[in-house]
Design a protein around this ligand. Structure first.
Ligand code: HEM
Length: 413
């Protein structure tokens, strides 16, 4: 028997790929698991797609997150990191630093952003969720991205941080700018990020004089061996909490609802379970949605500061490495029936929140919001259905995140 010819590599980073990247990732996992490619921005980078390699890379201290280690080429294009962060002087946040600075800042923020603070926030998340559904429930149709998935996390994080209600519409505008243009023109985003930073610095200043029980006050109060966050560090921290906690959660709700609407038997199981007042299946469902079509397609940038080998491939010093969480989470070597949505999946150590020292610090809040959003929507609008063909839906084209631009639905008012 002659060897089967290797099937041609499906194209990466086209519109077709954005709508369904999973066949291309399956090809990479199989034929070129540590794959060097040129990104649409022109930067050459390694894509890591197998689960075992991805986990190793995420925890490898030879891969730095410090932009000082960016390759010449990455510096030239400037298309690395969060739009606007450089010009707005917001670089010293958790996703851009290595130990020992990372260890210090992470410990300080962990003192303020505790699981208990998140648990106490549950009634507020429920109230926000209900209010948003009230605003369209009588109409019989809605766009669940703009009217639900988008506003919920931004108001939740603003509340948690202690941004007064009268200022939250500004945040909604800035966040809208960032999400609309994240993968596109950067000028407007840079302006929005600068405005956000000036606002946060002023808010930190005001809170310092009048500490409350919000997270920004907690950040100001947090100390470790007598060390405090500087105002710049506190502003960068508030910014990364907003930034990392916003579009990700929009996509958890958006991608999650979309997956459920396309798998009626899974959705019915979840709906029945929630109606019966159970919470177990809701919890595993959110984990499975994070695995099956998670919000963060590629983990954020890493750069080789020392020579290393991933999956048998030598990575030269200075090269950018991008860990493809979406590909790792469908690796058949780790997940049985990798392409099947199984909301009761038990063995599910997905990488949707990352792994290692940069593991998502907002995971408890994301889970809380995801569970509240899905459970409440399915309970209050039990006959929710898609109002568009899947091929009509548009996906946002950014590199790191994966999410829908819109999610039109219909239901009985
Ligand atoms: C880090 C995913 C929600 C704050 C991360 C990372 C991932 C992730 C994959 C690691 C990135 C890397 O290693 O390159 C998600 C997902 C979310 C979510 C899928 C929603 C479903 C949130 C929320 C917050 C948040 C709600 C805060 C309010 C952060 C922060 C980091 C982070 C601050 C950096 C931690 C560090 O570097 O030490 N997140 N996230 N995230 N996330 Fe989340």
């Amino acid at each position: 028997m002659p060897d089967q010819p290797t099937p041609a590599q499906p194209p990466l980073f086209t519109w077709e790929f954005a709508a369904d990247p999973y066949p291309a990732y399956a090809w990479l996992r199989e034929h070129s698991p540590v794959h060097r490619t040129t990104l649409p921005s022109g930067v050459d980078a390694w894509l890591v797609t197998r689960y075992a390699d991805a986990r190793q890379a995420l925890a490898d201290g030879r891969l730095s997150k410090n932009p000082a280690h960016h390759s010449e080429q990455a510096h030239r294009t400037g298309r690395v990191g969060i739009p606007g962060e450089r010009s707005a002087d917001l670089m010293t946040h958790l996703l851009n630093i290595d130990p020992p600075d990372h260890t210090r800042l992470r410990r300080l923020v962990s003192k303020a952003f505790t699981p208990r603070r998140v648990a106490e926030f549950e009634p507020r998340v429920q109230q926000l969720t209900d209010r948003l559904i009230d605003s369209f429930a009588g109409r019989g149709s809605a766009d669940l991205i703009h009217e639900f998935a988008f506003p919920l996390p931004i108001h939740a994080i603003c509340d948690l941080l202690g941004v007064p209600p009268e200022d939250q519409d500004d945040f909604r505008d800035w966040a809208g700018m960032m999400i609309r243009h994240g993968g596109g023109p950067r000028g407007g985003v840079a302006r929005a990020v600068k405005k956000m930073r000036s606002y946060l610095l002023e808010l930190i200043h005001r809170k310092r004089a009048d500490l409350g029980d919000d997270l920004i006050s907690g950040l100001i109060r947090a100390s470790d061996h007598g060390e405090h966050l500087t105002e710049n560090e506190a502003a960068a921290m508030a910014f990364i909490l907003l930034f990392a906690g916003f579009e990700t959660t929009v996509n958890l709700i958006g991608n999650g609802l979309y997956a459920l609407l396309r798998h009626p038997e899974q959705r019915a199981l979840l709906q029945d379970s929630v109606a019966a007042g159970e919470t177990g299946l809701l919890a595993t469902a959110v984990e499975e949605l994070l695995r099956y079509d998670g919000p963060v397609e590629l983990a954020t940038w890493r750069f080789a500061t020392r020579p290393l080998t991933i999956g048998g491939v030598d990575i030269p010093v200075g090269d950018p490495v991008l860990v493809v969480l979406a590909a790792a989470d469908r690796d058949p070597a780790r997940f049985a029936d990798e392409n099947t949505l199984d909301i009761a999946r038990k063995d599910n150590p997905h990488l949707g929140f990352g792994h290692g020292i940069h593991y998502c610090i907002g995971a408890p809040l994301a889970r809380l919001e995801g569970q509240a959003a899905l459970a409440t929507l399915l309970t209050r609008l039990p006959d929710l259905r898609l109002a568009a063909e899947p091929e009509e839906l548009r996906w946002r084209g950014g590199l790191i995140m994966r999410g829908l631009r819109e999610l039109p639905v219909e239901f009985t008012p």
